[in-house]
Ligand binder design. Structure first.
Ligand code: NOJ
Length: 512
């Protein structure tokens, strides 16, 4: 990859901020966040300095999977407001220079979607073949695929029509058959609906699952316990993605496809960029699953480069989202979460933040009786505390999930008033990144370093930065960088001064 500064699409230098609408801001006091609640907080994202927001689903839904079970792709669920609320949110985000990506869930609908209701009504339905129906006996599913939640088969027997239907997630999320051109056309129409409203792109849910082998063959026995959604990787999916990309390209502006590829191998993830004609960006989860350990990260960083660079694919980096324990919880301390933020925002590629990580939020421990998610993911979906005093900027009914730990101290209000907070660290990192061509578009060279330290240099033309990340909880000597100036320190220590050659425990630095 060349290292000269040049103009490039916005999404390469951007930082994306994921919002889980139920948990972000509640404007009507029903205890569940909504679109107007997001609009009222847009100044937070603008102040922080992110470039784009990605909204998890807000479409009409029976909420069995909290919106990832869509019953109408072209409307807003009343819980979140209406289309006019969306239009206003989009316009006001754009007025602040924030792009907006919406979540598109093409692999499956809700079982309450009129298409599935019709499909299920009879074997002779004109929409029967919009989904995957198979003959068989009620005691033996058609293949050995497992669904993502609950360690159960990816099949449900439909008593009324005496056939099985496929669902890689809940039984209430039947898989569409993308081998059917009518399905493709209907789903393309849903893309156009949002493109015409002016969205800047889509995060695509489990995009690797769209194509299915027509015979739906068994998985090899040694993989049969892994949820099939992490393994489905059919060659035919790539043509489907190219068609989706062509729909996007009918519209002006640099709209973007950010696909969730749920396959846990970076080499396979990279294939979903195609020849520059499939996804613009693909989530790559192996780093998210990695321990907080310099050697493990060195390998993940090298892997992303090895598989992305040769095909001109631009990597993405993510540490937290609505499906996994937050990295503040996984890594075990705020010091480490701060160092991880510096890493995330200085690697080569597009980082995606998850709302609340800038506050250093930990997962909520959900008491018995308040668990609601069938996938056990409630802890990372706790409401965002905006104000220090209860009810933390929410008001009205108690929020749908309990607060994260220390909501007053962790609130946006308290942390904005404290220049040493993790919130201010994120803001400094974002500003530093924005001002440095090396950090937004430069190449990346891994440097030799002692055990427990990840060291790398980024360069673009004459602009260069060196990053040192101490994943250990002891101090570490890094002599070769002595003399450079500390631009950002994850603990704030020594910023603006010359680096003396010793990293504090769990400290990360940007050196200029
Ligand atoms: C991935 C989404 O991120 C997750 O939240 C959802 O449950 C599944 N796909 C099914 O849509």
């Amino acid at each position: 990859m060349g290292s000269e500064e040049r103009s490039q699409p916005w999404w390469k230098s951007a930082v994306v901020y994921q919002i889980y609408p139920r948990s972000f801001g509640d404007s009507n006091g029903d205890g569940v966040g909504d679109l107007e609640g997001i609009r009222r907080r847009l100044d937070h994202m603008a102040w922080l300095g992110v470039d784009a927001i990605w909204l998890s689903p807000f479409y009409r839904s029976p909420m069995k999977d909290f919106g990832y079970d869509v019953s109408d792709y072209c409307d807003v669920d009343p819980l979140f407001g209406g289309l006019s609320d969306f239009d206003r949110l989009l316009a006001e985000a754009h007025a602040r220079g924030l792009r907006v990506l919406v979540d598109w869930v093409p692999n499956h609908t809700s079982d309450r979607h009129p298409w599935f209701v019709e499909s299920r009504s009879s074997r002779a339905s004109h929409r029967r073949d919009w989904y995957h129906w198979r003959d068989g006996r009620p005691e033996r599913p058609p293949n050995n695929w497992r669904a993502a939640f609950g360690d159960s088969p990816a099949w449900t027997w439909d008593e009324a029509t005496a056939q099985w239907y496929l669902h890689l997630f809940l039984p209430e999320q039947p898989d569409l058959d993308w081998g059917n051109p009518e399905v493709v056309a209907a789903m393309h129409a849903t893309l156009r609906f949002w493109l015409e409203r002016g969205v800047d792109g889509f995060r695509i849910d489990v995009v690797n699952c769209l194509g299915k082998h027509p015979a739906l063959p068994d998985l090899p026995a040694e993989r049969a316990r892994i949820p099939a959604c992490a393994l489905v990787d059919e060659p035919g999916t790539h043509a489907l993605i190219r068609d989706i990309r062509r729909v996007l390209e009918e519209y002006p502006g640099e709209r973007v496809l950010l696909g969730e590829v749920a396959i846990p191998w970076t080499e396979r993830v990279a294939s979903y960029y195609g020849e520059g004609d499939e996804l613009h960006l693909a989530f790559n989860f192996p780093p998210l699953y990695a321990p907080w350990d310099a050697a493990a990260w060195r390998e993940r960083v090298a892997d992303a480069a090895a598989h992305c660079d040769p095909r001109g694919a631009w990597p993405t980096w993510v540490l937290s989202n609505h499906d996994n324990r937050r990295h503040r919880t996984r890594y075990g301390s705020e010091a480490r979460a701060r160092a991880a933020a510096l890493l995330l925002l200085t690697l080569r590629g597009t980082p995606v933040l998850y709302a609340g990580e800038e506050l250093g939020l930990e997962d909520t421990v959900i008491p018995d009786g308040r668990r609601v998610d069938p996938g056990g993911r409630d802890g990372c979906r706790a409401p965002i505390p905006w104000e220090a005093a209860e009810p933390h900027g929410w008001g009205g009914a108690e929020p749908w999930l309990p607060w994260p730990p220390e909501p007053a101290r962790r609130s946006v209000e308290a942390q904005r008033a404290d220049a040493g907070s993790i919130l201010h660290l994120y803001r400094r990192l974002l500003a530093t990144r924005r001002g440095s061509p090396a950090l937004t578009q430069g190449d990346l060279e891994l440097l030799p370093a002692r055990e427990g330290v990840l060291a790398y240099r980024r360069r673009c033309g004459r602009d260069a930065r060196t990053m040192l990340v101490n994943t250990s909880d002891e101090s570490r000597e890094v002599p070769l960088t002595a003399g450079l100036r500390v631009e950002v320190a994850s603990d704030g220590g020594g910023e603006g001064r010359r680096f003396g050659g010793t990293l504090a425990p769990a400290q990360a630095l940007i050196l200029a």
